[in-house]
Design a protein around this ligand. Structure first.
Ligand code: ADP
Ligand code: MG
Length: 251
């Protein structure tokens, strides 16, 4: 299918038998994951279980060793697919915010829009202000990143991703680098995105968020999805010993 035709019936994200190895190290061992539009899927699991590699594979920051990945029905592992076109539909937020220190918040939000979306300056800044308002930072447009708290910087990074009008957002431990008192404001922004119907795939250690906001919870270990289901069910009544062991350590 052409990258111009979005199949609205198709899942937002679908991986089929996704395998990723680094040399002899198989990090993803055949992941079958389907995320429907509007779902908020949270992923938990021990360090090294492949969570980041899975997220990075979804927009081909990592090239799969095997299997396929479909974004809105488009096979992005097909060499014919224009991956850059598909990537603009996927917003990504990492643990580190990676804002340009020499640019204001507004500048940080405008630059990718101008480069990737070819938006004129005025339009890019209008969108930037709209998205800053969405994350509660309208008054910080002219501030430099170093003058913001970590929580504010991460909210700017979320606004930057939203400026590209993504159909879905991937979050990789977005609050793990933050001081505890700053975690809540970032989770609040993520919660409001979820309430607005954004499709989200979230790697997190925040079990409260996973329980209250997640439509589904996935537990990964050793490159496999060990268990998945309703977050309340998985957290209160895990079925697998590995899930029980993990939860007993983190809850
Ligand atoms: P998690 O996010 O669950 O902590 P990762 O996906 O980051 O796990 O890592 C899973 C495994 O893949 C780890 O053993 C890690 O060392 C390995 N790995 C990740 N990225 C690379 C890379 N670029 N090169 C080699 N090994 C990697
Ligand atoms: Mg990780």
């Amino acid at each position: 299918m052409s990258a111009d035709l979005i199949d609205i019936q198709a899942p937002a994200i679908q991986t089929r038998g996704l395998v990723k190895s680094f040399g002899d190290n198989e990090v993803l061992s055949g992941i079958d994951l389907t995320v429907q539009a509007g779902e908020v899927v949270c992923i938990i699991g021990p360090s090294g279980s492949g969570k980041s590699t899975l997220l990075r594979s979804v927009n081909l920051l990592e090239e799969p060793t095997g299997g396929s990945i479909l974004i809105e029905g488009i096979d992005i592992t097909d060499p014919e697919t224009d991956i850059d076109r598909v990537r603009t539909r996927i917003g990504m937020v990492f643990q580190s915010f990676n804002l340009f220190p020499h640019m204001t918040v507004l500048g940080n939000l405008a630059i990718a829009q101008r480069r990737v979306k070819k938006r004129p300056k005025g339009e890019a800044e209008r969108v930037a202000r709209e998205m800053l308002d969405r994350v509660g930072l309208a008054e910080k447009a002219d501030a430099y990143p170093s003058h913001l708290s970590g929580g504010q910087q991460q909210r700017v990074a979320i606004a930057r991703a939203l400026c590209m009008n993504p159909d879905m957002m991937l979050f990789d431990e977005p609050t793990s680098a933050l001081d505890p008192e700053l975690v809540g404001e970032v989770l609040q922004v993520m919660r409001s995105l979820a309430d607005e119907g954004m499709t989200m795939l979230v790697v997190t250690h925040e079990m409260g968020f996973a329980r209250e906001v997640g439509s589904r919870l996935i537990f990964m270990d050793g490159g496999n999805i060990v268990e998945e289901g309703d977050p309340h069910e998985v957290l209160s009544n895990p079925q697998h010993q590995r899930t029980k062991d993990f939860l007993s350590r983190v809850l």
